[in-house]
Ligand binder design. Structure first.
Ligand SMILES: [Zn+2]
Ligand SMILES: [Zn+2]
Length: 132
């Protein structure tokens, strides 16, 4: 079980008004969402059977990118996202496989050299998804 879970938005802490950072088993038994201070008081730890840390937003730069520009099956964009992008003149590219940065690219960008590291390539999500 991974110790980090990526969520779109962090949930509220189950025991106070804070923003939860952990989904963990409490010392009392039940699982819950806890903020930092509440986790320190109520949580047991992190790991299998204990709980995970919650991370808001896209799964990088701290994790391996889930989106690989050349592997269409792993594209995470929804069709709605992609259709919204078709109307844009510049888009956020797929993340660079080396440094995980994204760049503003044209909708038909394919394997552009990453401006940040110069090693990886980035593509338009539309190209990566095979839509254009
Ligand atoms: Zn709390
Ligand atoms: Zn890069």
């Amino acid at each position: 079980m991974p110790k980090l879970i990526h969520v779109n938005t962090l949930p509220a802490c189950d025991t106070c008004d804070g923003v939860a950072r952990y989904d963990v088993k409490s010392k009392q038994g039940p699982w819950g969402y806890f903020c930092d201070p509440c986790f320190k008081v109520r949580g047991i730890g992190l790991g299998t059977g204990l709980g995970q840390e919650l991370i808001a937003g896209a799964p990088y730069p701290n994790a391996k990118p889930v989106i690989k520009p050349t592997t269409k099956r792993e594209i995470q964009y929804t069709l709605e996202d992609l259709h919204a992008m078709i109307d844009e003149s510049v888009l956020d590219s797929t993340p660079c496989p080396h440094c995980h940065c994204t760049q503003r690219v044209e909708p038909d960008a394919c394997d552009y050299t990453c401006h940040e590291c110069g090693n990886g390539t980035v593509s338009s999500p539309l190209v990566a998804a095979g839509l254009i």
